[in-house]
Design a protein around this ligand. Sequence first.
Ligand code: GH3
Ligand code: MG
Ligand code: MG
Ligand code: MG
Ligand code: MG
Length: 307
Amino acid sequence: MQQQFKVLLVEDSRTQALRFQFMLEAHGFDAVVVSNGREALDRLKQEYFPIIITDWVMPEMDGVELCQAIRSRKFDGYVFIFLVTSKDDPDDIVAGLQAGADDYLTKPVSELELMARLNTAKRVIDLERSLKKRNEEVLHLSVTDALTEVHNRSYFNTQCPSFIARAVRSRQPVSCMICDVDHFKKVNDTFGHLAGDRVLQDFAVCLKQQVRQGFDLLVRYGGEEFVVILSDTDSDKALAVAERMRQSIEQLSIPWEDQTIALTASFGVVSYLPESMEHLLSVEQLMAAADEALYAAKEAGRNCVRR
Ligand code: GH3
Ligand code: MG
Ligand code: MG
Ligand code: MG
Ligand code: MG
C-alpha cells in the first residue's frame, strides 16, 4: 500500500533495526535494512528511496556523514532523512539538521510518533512529486506546438545548433528542409479557419511518419511552415525523403463536413557534406538557404521539391 514510500533503514544495531522494521511494515511501509552509511550510499546508487531513517552512531560512515553525502548527490526525487539518536542535546540536533537531516527522532522511538512524523515526510514527498510532474508538463508545453503536437520554433532555436554541432563533430552530412503548404490561405478562405487547423494537424502527422524519432528534428516553424533537420542525411537522401513527403501529402484527402480537402506542399532542401561544413556558419544561414530553395519550388509552380 505504501510501496511508493520505500524506506531505507540505516542502523548498525540488529535489535534496533528489527524493531523499526517491524513498526514500519506493520504500517504498510516497505523497508530495506542496511547497517551503516557506506552501505546506504551503495544501495542508493542502485535504487531511489524517498525516505531514509538513519541511526547517528555507526561504524564506517555515521548518520551525519551520510546526510552530508546524500545532500551532495542527485537522486530521482527528494530524499527525506530522519536522523535517529539518543543524543538530545540541542547542539547535537542543530548539527544533525545542518548536515542535511529533515527531522530527528530520539531513542526510544514510539510507534505513534514515528508514524506521525512519517506522515509529514509523505506530505513533503507528495508535494515534491506533484511539483515535478507539473514542471514536466510545463516544460513539455513550452517546447510543443499546441495545434499539431510537434515541437515548436523555440525548441528548434535551442536544439538546431546542437544538431549542427553533432554533424560537424561526427563528420556526417546534415540536411534541412522547409515544407510549406501551397495556397493555404485558400483552404482557410474556402473551408474556414477550423478546417485549416485540421489540415495543419493532418499535415504534421504526414510529415511525422517520414522522420526518424530521436534522430531527426521536426518542428512547426510558423503558420503553415514546418522545418525538418535530417541527421546523417546527404542531399540525395534528403531529396528522396522530401519527395516521399510531398507524395503522401498529395494523397491526403481530409474529410470536412460533407466535402473533402486536398492539398499540396512545396519543399526547399539544403544539405551540407562534412567537407563543406565550414560554409555552414549559423542556424540563420541554414534557414536562409532552405528558404531560398523553397522559394524556387514555389516559383516552379508549387507541389515540388527544390534544392
Ligand atoms: P503559398 O503557396 O505561397 O505558400 O501561399 P499560402 O496561401 O500558403 O501562403 P500565405 O503565407 O499567403 O498564407 C498562409 C496562411 O496561413 C495565412 C494564415 O492566415 C494561415 N495560418 C497561419 N497559421 C494558421 C493556423 O494556425 N491556423 C489556420 N487555420 N491558418 C493559419
Ligand atoms: Mg548505532
Ligand atoms: Mg507565404
Ligand atoms: Mg503556404
Ligand atoms: Mg508560408
